[in-house]
Design a protein around this ligand. Structure first.
Ligand code: 5GP
Length: 208
């Protein structure tokens, strides 16, 4: 069977709870690697450089773009975010399933470049619930909440470009994380991801 890792993109509205899902997934299963992005946004309280993100100045980020260090990068609500190339390739080669928790423009760029990528979109059950979660997070100003709701409205136009929609019900993070795990594991067994295995089996059957 196919032993190279699978590249999985998890996107979702800001406030969909995908960060918590990623944390639960990493704690429970050790066959996943979460890629750490670079960003020009300021750290939120409790965030540390090299753990949630590599925090960069605009100048440093632009330099990384010039060095072709990213698989993709995008501007999102006035900041740059990008996926460093090196780490992802190494982890895939080592057979790990690599998860990119990135926004939509980046997700679609990755799918275009690497069509085998699995795209999963996480959403709360309703728009009202999305707003409630953003407000209760308490780390964003009113303007930022409004900007993120406007962004969500725009992003909802492209939700159907994803392979799967994952509804993250309130206080059901654990079961949502298990569904995410099952989706990824099922994808490994899709025929389109096992062409080499199929060919090999055909050859063996010819020669037996
Ligand atoms: P936040 O500022 O809330 O941490 O992230 C804002 C958005 O940027 C989220 O949707 C997050 O998934 C996305 N994001 C984080 N890292 C990357 C990246 O490397 N590339 C892209 N395109 N988006 C990213």
């Amino acid at each position: 069977m196919n032993r190279r890792g699978l590249l999985v993109v998890v996107s979702g509205f800001s406030g969909s709870g995908k960060g918590t899902l990623m944390k639960l997934l990493m704690e429970k299963y050790d066959n996943y690697s979460l890629s750490i992005s670079a960003t020009t946004r300021s750290p939120r309280p409790g965030e540390r450089d090299g753990l949630e993100y590599f925090f960069k100045t605009q100048e440093e980020f632009l330099q990384m773009i010039r060095e072709d260090a990213f698989i993709e990068y995008a501007r999102y609500v006035d900041n740059y975010y990008g996926t460093p190339k090196d780490y992802v390739e190494k982890q895939l080669d080592a057979g790990k399933d690599v998860i990119l928790e990135i926004e939509m423009q980046g997700a679609l760029k990755v799918k275009e470049k690497m069509p085998q990528t699995l795209l999963i979109f996480v959403t709360p059950p309703t728009a009202e619930e999305l707003k409630r979660r953003l407000v209760s997070r308490g780390t964003e100003s009113e303007e930022v909440v409004a900007a993120r709701m406007a962004q969500a409205k725009e992003e909802s136009r492209f939700m159907d470009c994803y392979d799967y929609i994952l509804v993250n019900e309130t206080n059901q993070e654990e079961s949502c994380m298990e569904r995410l795990h099952e989706l990824i594991q099922s994808a490994h067994q899709e025929t389109s991801r096992n062409e080499e295995f199929i060919e090999e089996m055909r050859e063996q059957l010819k020669n037996i």
